[in-house]
Design a protein around this ligand. Structure first.
Ligand code: AMP
Length: 290
């Protein structure tokens, strides 16, 4: 596995790789502090491509001024072990100074005013700008994104289709969870022991709310409100949103009719103590017998 720290080294490595083969290239962008969720993306990329590039870069463009950029965990030497074990060929881990020697094209994300976007202004613009910057440097055939960050996956898929057509495929990868249901996240390591014990309730509330939706017990609005209340009753949760949205457009859904016609997503964002955690579940009518 080759670790690349400079644009020049990236360019020569990839030029060499491309000139000598018609091999496919998979790309997994990450902010490091890697865990098994990231590993599942890398392994999938390794299965589906001849070579895999992982980027490790804590992207300042996607953090708001009051967010956790400075304290975001940075664990490069551990991260490299995860990458090596997952069969990664190239790790690109530049400093910000190095990465921005080439000026990124500032992009505006679609669907950035809803869900997390309404609480994190500018966040998704920063995400699509950096992902496009990496795409221009790496020119992968496929790029892998976790469905835990569902809105991120959708805005990147939209940007990629608009800018690259079918030249780059965006591959969604299911959310990997801890045994107790908590979605794996680099931010889970912020949780105190008591917060960690409470955190699986986020997934449990999603499951419970989805069951209520399937049973159609009351209006969608009321079911969502009940979900928020039961989470807040159980601990120091501050819920930013619990919403049912169209899985493609991310527009809110308030009528059961929509449940028969399209795939919907139940998405949640909460603060548990000082940590902001997100999770989601698909809600499809055909699953209602489960
Ligand atoms: P991050 O380092 O948090 O920016 O995440 C890098 C990639 O890993 C993103 O595409 C995330 O959606 C994905 N990811 C993070 N957590 C998980 C998880 N628990 N399961 C699957 N993918 C994940």
């Amino acid at each position: 596995m080759k670790v690349i720290r400079t644009l020049k080294n990236l360019e020569t490595t990839l030029r060499h790789f491309r000139q000598n083969s018609a091999l496919s290239l998979g790309f997994v962008p990450t902010m490091g502090a890697l865990h098994q969720g990231h590993v599942s993306l890398m392994k999938r990329a390794a299965r589906e491509n001849d070579r895999v590039v992982v980027s490790i870069f804590v992207n300042p463009l996607q953090f708001g001024p009051a967010e956790d950029f400075a304290r975001y965990p940075r664990t490069l030497s551990e991260d490299l072990k995860f990458c090596r074990r997952a069969g990664v060929d190239f790790v690109f881990a530049p400093t910000a100074g190095e990465l921005f020697r080439k000026k990124p094209i500032q992009l505006k994300a679609a669907m950035s005013r809803v869900l997390c976007g309404s609480f994190r202004p500018g966040h998704f613009d920063g995400v699509v700008t950096i992902v496009n910057h990496f795409f221009r440097l790496i020119r992968p055939d496929r790029a892998y994104f976790g469905l835990k960050d569902y809105q991120q996956y959708r805005v990147i898929e939209d940007m990629t289709r608009r800018l690259y057509g079918d030249k780059i495929s965006i591959v969604p990868v299911p959310t990997l969870r801890e045994k107790d249901g908590l979605a794996m996240s680099s931010r889970n390591r912020y949780l105190s022991r008591s917060e960690r014990r409470l955190a699986p309730l986020i997934h449990r509330i999603l499951l419970q709310t989805r069951r209520q939706l399937w049973k159609r017990k009351g209006s969608i609005k009321n079911i969502l409100k009940q979900g928020v209340l039961s989470l807040q009753k159980k601990g120091d949760f501050r819920v930013q949103y619990l919403e049912l949205v169209d899985a493609e457009t991310l527009k809110p859904i308030f009528s059961y009719g929509a449940l028969e016609r399209r795939s919907l997503l139940l998405a949640v964002a909460v603060y548990l103590g000082a940590s902001r955690l997100i999770d989601n579940l698909m809600v499809c009518e055909r699953d209602s017998a489960l």
